[in-house]
Design a binder for this molecule. Structure first.
Ligand code: NIG
Ligand code: FE
Length: 416
């Protein structure tokens, strides 16, 4: 595929819109006031009440929104989208009673996806990931994070991250790449965790960063993965290269990872079912986003809820993501994740919507270009065939998208 996008330009005046709560912080309108968005050269120039449109925008070609509800383009801030194969067999094992940790210890889990990923070449990985990306995009996703972590050797991590970049170019979607070399211990390093982390820090990360393949660095800090000390070693290597960090933190146990990540100014701490009060306070102080992953919680039949009320009280921003991966969350719909975040975690609808827009953008450091509808931002917004924002979380399994404007282009639907 080439980088040329086949989609028509979204330039013009978008009318007949109703703003979802929180969609455009600079233009808080009630949902019954007709809103308009002016776009030129792929950039939002103005958003507000149709009746208050500055005269200079009146002549633009019209796109009639037909009364649609409009939200910012959705942001999926935590995915492992590029991998080989699938792990439906583990789904069956867990149904028969095995836990995630037991499956991992029996040679399944992440390492089984590593085998399949190493066997696939770049084109094969692209071909497998592309239809998954298309599913997410059809739900209104305009920016996505894609992690490595199923290669666990330089050439294979490189392959994953190159595919992530190619996907962004081929689909005209913002992709943030995250190096997750410290996802699991590769079998050839069994019993030599320290040696592997040395390799991650001194060879893999610098080489991948030099190739421009790393926007952030992540670690799976857990008793079945890497220790707190190993996590810190990776964070130090990231900081030495000027790269932001994030963490798979306190998913299965409280390792103190969130507080450590916060000390390194982490963009986000993700999963956090076992997050402590100290972890919350550290995240509050560092402005770290809490990324909630209800798909993994659901798939693992977890019963330990993330500390939502305490995060809310502390004012820690909460994002919601698919965590798409072949082991714990084969989900490909952010709307479904909104539903689960509300139903399982008791988020309110505005919280869930902020979780897949403004806070998700912040979790990727993209708050200046994504997650809200605002002047001077690239045009990324979604028109929905719903009356009420609650319907976005309510109709699970449905896709009420009318139009997706992604990176200044009409990527789904047409309105002329
Ligand atoms: O985010 N927690 C670690 N990593 C993934 C699962 C990866 C896998 O099982 O393949 C997650 O849930
Ligand atoms: Fe994950």
């Amino acid at each position: 595929m080439t980088s040329a996008t086949p989609f028509p330009s979204a330039d013009g005046l978008w009318t007949g819109l109703r703003l979802a709560p929180g969609a455009a912080p600079g233009a808080a309108l009630d949902a019954d006031t007709e809103a308009a968005i002016a776009v030129t050269e792929g950039t939002i120039r103005w958003v507000g009440a149709r009746s208050a449109l500055p005269a200079r925008f009146e002549g633009l070609p019209l796109h009639d929104g037909g009364g649609a509800l409009v939200t910012p383009g959705l942001v999926d801030c935590h995915t492992h989208l590029v991998y080989g194969g699938q792990r439906a067999n583990e789904f069956a094992m867990r149904l028969a009673g095995a836990t995630y940790e037991e499956v991992a210890k029996a040679g399944g889990g992440i390492v089984s996806s590593v085998r399949a990923t190493r066997e696939a070449d770049e084109d094969a990985l692209f071909a497998q990931a592309a239809p998954r990306l298309e599913q997410l995009l059809a739900d209104g996703v305009c920016a996505i994070e894609i992690k490595s972590g199923y290669g666990l050797a330089l050439e294979h991590e490189q392959k994953q991250l190159r595919v992530a970049r190619r996907l962004g170019e081929a689909y005209g979607v913002t992709v943030r790449t995250t190096f997750l070399g410290a996802h699991a211990l590769p079998p050839e390093y069994a019993g030599r965790s320290g040696d592997y982390i040395d390799l991650v820090c001194s060879q893999m990360l610098p080489a991948l960063a030099a190739e421009g393949l790393v926007d952030a660095v992540d670690v799976f800090c857990e008793r079945i993965a890497f220790s707190l000390a190993e996590t810190e070693q990776v964070f130090k290597a990231a900081k030495a290269l000027g790269l932001p960090v994030k963490l798979h933190a306190e998913q299965l146990s409280d390792m103190g990872g969130a507080a450590l990540a916060a000390r390194y100014g982490a963009l986000s701490c993700d999963h956090i079912e076992h997050l402590s009060a100290e972890g919350i306070e550290a995240m509050r102080q560092s402005g770290t986003v809490a990324v909630l992953l209800p798909g993994a919680y659901y798939t693992l039949r977890d019963t330990q809820l993330p500390p939502i009320e305490a995060l809310r009280t502390a004012g820690v921003p909460m994002a919601v993501s698919t965590d798409h991966n072949p082991g714990t969350s084969p989900a490909l719909s952010l709307l479904l994740m909104m539903n689960m975040a509300c139903t399982l975690f008791r988020l309110t609808v505005p919280e869930a919507l902020a979780g897949v827009t403004v806070h998700a953008a912040r979790a990727l450091g993209l708050q200046d270009t994504h997650g809200t509808i605002a002047e001077d931002m690239p045009a990324n917004f979604v028109l929905w065939n719903v009356r009420d924002a609650a319907e976005l979380a309510y109709w699970f399994g449905q896709r009420p998208v009318r139009t997706v404007v992604r990176q200044g282009r009409i990527a789904v639907g047409a309105t002329r």
